[in-house]
Ligand binder design. Sequence first.
Ligand code: DC
Length: 222
Amino acid sequence: MGYNIAIDGPAGAGKSTIAKLTAKQLGFIYVDTGAMYRAMGVFLMRRGVDPADEAAISAECREADITIRYENGEQVVYLNGENVNGVIRTEEAGTMASLTSKNPDVRKKLVELQQRLAADADVVMDGRDIGTCVLPDARVKVYLTAGSAVRAERRYKELTAKGETCDIETIEADIIERDRQDMTREISPLVQAKDAVLIDSSDMTIEEVAEKIMALVKSCRK
Ligand code: DC
């Protein structure tokens, strides 16, 4: 098994930015598991599957071949041979991912893929159930969170910087609903692992969070 670092937390807490930066500093591979659930969400959306129809999700998800490749240092998600990096970042794909990720067949398939990736490489993996379920023996576990208003503001700034029109109240309401879905599902809900270190990034810069994680890595390497 490689040296594994697990970063879990709610939507918009800054997991991917921090995980990417930490992976770069350590020369590890960054594995974004949310992107895999998003690719599955896109697949099911394209198939016209009702996210409330568990039997249909279980049957259809077998047809989705999701693989990961690393191109120019970036994780690229392939869905049945198609690079879907450009289509998985919409709010719609995120909502469909959140709704369909509670299905046990979807989780089984993607957790197996994630465990295979971490088996022979040093990884920084982010998601919702990495420290609790995917990599229970990870050397470093972090639960990264921030208040919903702070997360909404960060998202608002990101979207407006891209020229998108949006409303901060709607963004915060969506974040709160996504938290509820991810935290209350029956299988692998988002919860802080007992041995995870809690970092609340509400009043921290990206660099401060990354420094704290690097300090944890150093202390765990001794
Ligand atoms: O991190 P993200 O917003 O890209 O994730 C999209 C959804 O995928 C999230 O709302 C819940 C689901 N997900 C999950 O169930 N388990 C993970 N390890 C990662 C994401």
